[in-house]
Design a protein around this ligand. Structure first.
Ligand code: AMP
Length: 375
C-alpha cells in the first residue's frame, strides 16, 4: 500500500495523526505556513505555504491519496477550490462550512433534535438589543467564526457589557448565547466512515482554566444516562453531517440535560487520553475512517487523566520532566515547539491508573513538578 495522507495544518493534532498514520504504513505530507511545525517535524514532507496558496494546495493534493485537516480555521475557499478541482477531503467542505460558523452549527444541531443554549445571530447593535430580550441575561457574545480557546467571546451581564463587547468585536458577525450555568463540561469524540459506520469514544469531563482546556478526565464523572445521551447525540450528529473522519462534540451538562456547545470537525484535545487509555486512539480512528480501514468500537482500558502543558512565558526549557517520568503511570508528550509563549499548548501528559482517584492524584502531583525556565 504505502499510500500518502495529506494533512492541512501542522500542529500537534497533525503530529499525533502522523504517528498513527506512520504506524499503519502511510506516508504523510503536511501543509502549514510555519516551517518545522510540530507535524512537519515528524511527517515525510512539509509544504511550507499559506492555507490559501492555490499552487501549494494543488501540490499537496497531487502528492496525496487522501486529504484531511487538523485545523478547522483553514479558509473554506481553499477546501471548496480543491473539491472543485476534483479532489476530495475528509471531512468535506460541507462539514467545514457548518462547523466554521457558530450560527449554522447551532441551527444544524437543533435541526437534529438536539438542545443547545438559546441563541440569536447578531450583525448590528439593534440586533444585539433584540437578542438580549429573546436570549436573556446573563449571556455570552461570541464571534461566529474563528474563535478558539475562549478568544473572541465576552460575558454579558448588562446592556453596558453588551455595548463594550459589541465595540470590541469590531464589526465581526456575532452570536449571542444564553449563559448555561452548567454542572460540568464534557465531550465525546466519535468517528464515521464512508460506509456509515459510527463509533464513539468514552465521554470525557473537561476542566477549563481561563478558557483553555486544562485537564480531561475519562470516564467523565456523570451518570450512565448522561454519558449514553452524549454518545447518542454524537451518533446523530455524525449521521446528520454524513461526516467522514473523527470529530468531537463539546457539551454542557445541566442536571440530566446535555446541551451541545460546539462541534470540532477533527480530532480533539480532550481525546489525547485515548492514545494510552483506549484500545484504539482517536488518531488511529481518524486515519482508519478516512482511508477505508475498519472502524471498531474503542474500549477504555483504565481510567485516565490528561493534563495540558501550557507555556507560561517564563522560559522555553521544561523543568520537572525527571520526577514526572519517574511515575510509571505517566506518559509525556511534547510537541517540539521551540518557544513556550504564555498559554501556548506545548505538550500534555496522560496518567492511566487502576482507579480514577489515583489518576487524579497523580495528575495533580505531575502538574506540580512542571515549570518553564530559562537555562
Ligand atoms: P467555546 O469557544 O464555545 O468552546 O467556549 C469556551 C468556553 O467558554 C467553554 O468551554 C465554556 O467554559 C465557556 N462557555 C462558552 N459558551 C458558554 C455558554 N453559552 N454558557 C456558559 N459558558 C460558556
Amino acid at each position: 500500500m504505502n499510500r500518502t495522507i495529506g494533512i492541512l495544518g501542522g500542529g500537534q493534532l497533525g503530529r499525533m495523526l502522523t504517528f498513527a498514520a506512520k504506524r499503519l504504513g502511510y506516508r504523510v505530507v503536511t501543509l502549514d505556513p510555519a516551517a518545522d511545525c510540530p507535524c512537519g517535524q515528524v511527517a515525510d514532507a512539509q509544504i511550507v505555504a499559506a492555507y490559501d496558496d492555490e499552487a501549494a494546495l494543488d501540490e499537496l493534493a497531487k502528492q496525496s491519496d487522501v486529504l484531511t485537516y487538523e485545523f478547522e480555521n483553514i479558509p473554506l475557499d481553499s477546501v471548496t477550490s480543491l473539491e472543485e478541482a476534483g479532489y476530495s477531503l475528509a471531512p468535506n467542505g460541507h462539514v467545514l462550512r457548518i462547523t466554521q460558523d457558530r450560527v449554522l452549527e447551532k441551527q444544524f444541531v437543533n435541526g437534529c433534535g438536539i438542545a443547545t443554549a438559546p441563541f440569536a445571530p447578531v450583525t448590528s447593535f439593534a440586533e444585539l438589543e433584540a437578542a438580549l430580550l429573546t436570549v436573556g441575561l446573563p449571556a455570552v457574545l461570541k464571534t461566529c467564526r474563528g474563535g478558539y480557546d475562549g478568544k473572541g467571546q465576552w460575558r454579558i451581564a448588562s446592556i453596558r457589557d453588551a455595548r463594550e463587547a459589541f465595540v470590541a468585536a469590531q464589526g465581526a458577525p456575532l452570536i449571542l448565547e444564553g449563559f448555561v450555568p452548567f454542572d460540568k463540561e464534557i465531550s465525546v469524540v466519535a468517528a464515521r466512515d464512508a460506509l456509515g459506520t459510527v463509533v464513539t469514544f468514552p465521554v470525557t469531563e473537561n476542566i477549563h482554566e481561563a478558557g483553555i482546556l486544562a485537564m480531561s478526565i475519562a470516564p467523565a464523572r456523570v451518570s450512565d444516562a448522561v454519558a449514553a445521551a452524549a454518545r447518542a447525540l454524537a451518533v446523530r450528529i455524525a449521521e446528520g453531517l454524513e461526516i467522514i473522519g473523527a470529530f468531537a462534540v463539546e457539551c454542557f451538562v445541566l442536571g440530566d440535560e446535555v446541551l451541545v456547545n460546539e462541534i470540532a470537525p477533527r480530532v480533539h484535545n480532550s481525546g489525547h487520553y485515548s492514545i494510552e487509555a483506549c484500545t484504539i486512539s482517536q488518531y488511529e480512528m481518524h486515519i482508519r475512517a478516512i482511508s477505508g480501514l475498519p472502524l471498531v468500537q474503542p474500549r477504555l482500558l483504565a481510567p485516565a487523566v490528561m493534563v495540558n502543558i501550557l507555556g507560561s512565558g517564563t522560559g522555553d526549557q521544561l523543568d520537572g520532566v525527571f520526577p514526572l517520568l519517574s511515575d510509571p503511570d505517566i506518559a509525556l508528550h511534547l510537541y517540539g515547539k521551540p518557544h513556550a509563549a504564555l498559554r501556548r499548548k506545548m505538550g500534555h501528559f496522560t496518567v492511566v491508573a487502576p482507579t480514577l482517584e489515583a489518576a487524579l492524584e497523580k495528575a495533580e502531583h505531575g502538574r506540580s513538578y512542571l515549570r518553564w525556565v530559562t537555562l
